[in-house]
Design a protein around this ligand. Structure first.
Ligand SMILES: [Zn+2]
Ligand SMILES: [Zn+2]
Length: 132
């Protein structure tokens, strides 16, 4: 499943992108938001492609948003979830996509991220649509 993500900054920068996997390419490519420092833009590149480049200018020195969280050790079972008081490993996310080729889950945390335009930590992501 893919997501339409809207990124908005206090400076007025706003961009809507599509991230995550679709049915057709699940497991083989994973579009994810990056900053292209050359374009000063939020762009989408394939997180599974080690030579992922900016689709606008070809820059390969991209700055990835979010985090890649290893799937091992495996997530806790329903039993542990129900009977534990706290969730120390729980990470709230705006966006989350399991990525089997990396044995990881890629996430975008809520809160402020670096804006490609003004460079400040003022960019917020929100999911505006889901698609298959
Ligand atoms: Zn670029
Ligand atoms: Zn900004």
């Amino acid at each position: 499943m893919g997501n339409e993500l809207r990124a908005m900054c206090d400076c007025g920068y706003e961009r809507t992108v599509e991230a995550g996997s679709c049915m057709g390419n699940y497991g083989s490519s994973l579009p994810f938001p990056y900053i292209c420092p050359t374009c000063a833009e939020l762009v989408i590149a394939d997180i599974l492609d080690p030579s992922a480049a900016c689709p606008l200018c070809g820059e390969t020195n991209l700055e990835r948003y979010g985090s890649i969280v290893s799937n091992s050790p495996p997530k806790r079972s329903w039993f542990q979830k129900i009977f534990s008081d706290s969730e120390p490993h729980y990470v709230p996310t705006v966006f989350e996509e399991n990525c089997p080729p990396l044995n990881s889950t890629v996430i975008i945390e809520p809160g402020r991220h670096k804006c490609p335009k003004c460079g400040h930590q003022g960019l917020k992501f929100e999911v505006t649509a889901w698609f298959d």
